[in-house]
Design a protein around this ligand. Sequence first.
Ligand SMILES: NC(=O)c1ccc[n+]([C@@H]2O[C@H](COP(=O)([O-])OP(=O)(O)OC[C@H]3O[C@@H](n4cnc5c(N)ncnc54)[C@H](O)[C@@H]3O)[C@@H](O)[C@H]2O)c1
Ligand SMILES: [Fe+2]
Length: 355
Amino acid sequence: MYRNFRIVPNIIFGRGAFNQLDDVIKHKRTSSESYFVFVVDDAFTGQPLESRIPLKGRDLLLRVNVDDEPKTTYIDALVKQIRTYHFEKPVGVVGIGGGSTMDIAKAVSLMLNNPGSSADYQGWDLIKFPAVYHVAVPTLAGTGAEISRTAILTGPEKKLGINSDFTLYDQILLDPDLIAGVPKEQWFYTGMDCYIHDVESLQGTFINEFSRAYGEKSLDLCRQVFLQDHPDRDDKLMMASYFGGMSIAYSQVGACHALSYGLSYVLGIHHGIGCCIAFDYLDEIYPEGVAEFRQMMARHDISLPRNLTKGLDQAAMEKMVTTALGLVPLWQNCLGPDWADIMTRERTMELYTRM
Ligand SMILES: NC(=O)c1ccc[n+]([C@@H]2O[C@H](COP(=O)([O-])OP(=O)(O)OC[C@H]3O[C@@H](n4cnc5c(N)ncnc54)[C@H](O)[C@@H]3O)[C@@H](O)[C@H]2O)c1
Ligand SMILES: [Fe+2]
């Protein structure tokens, strides 16, 4: 059985494309009552980008904080805030920020049209009604959140995405100018998320020509960005992120992502840096990928935090292992059907102990 998967139908790409945002969304403003909600990373508060947001009439500027990765309680609170703001729903939601903000905007647009708590929909294809029209403007490149069918949320019981065809953006606006000023560490960690998507997709057992076509191109772009400092590196990283996302959409990620979920769930470590931390211990599984990753780290003078699990009690360590091993499709992709014999609890624990 092959999956029939939906992709983002409308894409605008290019330096300065942000100036066209108003034009791109205005078809939704059908009456004077219509309003948009702009979900914006609060890192941009008072920054030039904020003043360029095409706010009109009743539009709501919703600044969001992503110091912690998005939680279901946060999504529910934001939806409540919008409902209190106006009895009618907005005609659209525009997310402006990195992967966290893009996921918040996805989840908010879904929850405006679906009853209950966002935690009820963590899983696969649980969403019943299509989302409000939603648009993403990435300001970081690497996660592929702009193109994926998931909004990753930390809930009361698990870190798991709202995976559905309705989650996908209706429109994305990719403007490489917006990632030009990202601090080096953040640029690197989020960029490596993409590099690791490519390695895990290409080396996985689920690989197929569709995923390979995107994954190889994305990997090539990552090399130009992180090993050759190409003058058009912002354009290239933005496309690498998109292609990496397309690659994993039809294959899967692997061991590194599974382990990073454990780090994130128990220690609150963000996705990009968590992937880097885990990847550095996976020479046995991805020898070439890890060697190249270390070259990239050296070139950009990145040093990863160490000894993160030192002093953690047994219960916390066990929870981390359980979280990682619970991501069965990732392990199946990485190690094949007999993965559980290869990645035992003991081996997983040993990897975490070294981190
Ligand atoms: N939906 C998906 O398919 C998918 C895939 C991978 C990761 N994710 C999620 O994405 C998140 C990670 O996203 P991320 O790595 O893009 O980072 P992020 O969105 O968590 O942001 C990281 C930091 O960078 C700041 N920032 C954002 N844009 C900036 C800019 N232009 N200049 C300066 N600072 C900026 C933010 O304020 C924040 O402090 C995690 O929550 C993860 O779960 C989602
Ligand atoms: Fe990732």
